[in-house]
Design a protein around this ligand. Structure first.
Ligand SMILES: Nc1ncnc2c1ncn2[C@@H]1O[C@H](COP(=O)(O)OP(=O)(O)O)[C@@H](O)[C@H]1O
Ligand SMILES: [Mg+2]
Length: 234
């Protein structure tokens, strides 16, 4: 019987990897950032998220599928970010910058002591980051409501405040992008994250705050938009 490595199985079963992505994965692997892909965790419109082994630990590998990415939308977003003002409208360049920006955002958040996965490496369209969870990945908030919603809400606001202080706006904060790890929030998915000096950053912050207030309202938490904004910016 011919046995296949898990990587080969994923490739044939899921059709995930083009040759280019495969090379990037190979390079990250050769540099020791991970040993072997383990299980698919999430298949989104534009990305696939896997767990991978790294020695006795696990890491997360997020792969942007170059063929599926809506690079026009990405370009609209990223060109507003002062860090990418001069980016040219070329499919691959945009997707790589998108991945790299997520890496930079995670790094910035981490330096600001925001509770996020530690970022490990980036190579073109592939991102390696800390695995949040124990044997299983921590569930997103949408699938694991907190026991104490009031407390959880306050903790999220605290994280948003730290983020703001680090001059970063998440831009896509929702119950999908906040993990509930043993009753504590961990913010993930900084792909839309931008600097506070980006022209549309205020708009993004307002949307983030409204999303969180709306979600927690369903769980019985009363919060005033203006007060929360003030707390974040103070
Ligand atoms: N560091 C992580 N640890 C555990 N699970 C993760 C991690 N990063 C992502 N995930 C899981 O993968 C899903 C998709 O990741 P995300 O970065 O939000 O991708 P997308 O940009 O496609 O929304 C998340 O909702 C979460 O369930
Ligand atoms: Mg997400």
């Amino acid at each position: 019987m011919v046995t296949r490595t898990s990587q080969e199985r994923f490739r044939t079963d899921k059709g995930v990897f083009d040759a280019f992505t495969d090379r990037n994965l190979f390079e990250l692997k050769s540099r020791g950032y991970f040993d072997e892909l383990e299980s698919p965790i999430f298949v989104g419109k534009e990305s696939n998220v896997f767990s991978a082994r790294r020695g006795k630990k696990k890491v997360i590998i997020k792969i942007y599928r170059v063929q599926n990415c809506d690079f026009k939308r990405m370009f609209q977003y990223i060109k507003q970010d002062p860090r990418y003002e001069t980016l040219r409208n070329r499919r691959r360049e945009i997707i790589f910058s998108w991945t790299q920006r997520e890496y930079k955002n995670l790094l910035r958040a981490e330096r600001g002591k925001v509770v996020v996965p530690k970022v490990i490496a980036v190579k073109n369209n592939v991102l390696v980051e800390e695995f949040i969870g124990d044997s299983e990945p921590a569930p997103p908030l949408k699938d694991a409501y907190p026991e104490d919603p009031e407390k959880f809400f306050k903790e999220i606001v605290k994280e948003m405040k730290k983020m703001y202080k680090a001059k970063l706006i998440h831009g896509d904060l929702s119950s999908f992008n906040i993990l509930n790890y043993n009753g504590k929030p961990v913010l993930i998915d900084f792909s839309q994250g931008t600097l506070t000096k980006t022209p549309n950053s205020e708009e993004l912050l307002i949307r983030d705050v409204n999303n969180i207030i709306k979600f927690f309202k369903k769980l019985g938490v009363k919060a005033d938009f203006d007060k929360i904004m003030e707390r974040i910016k103070k």
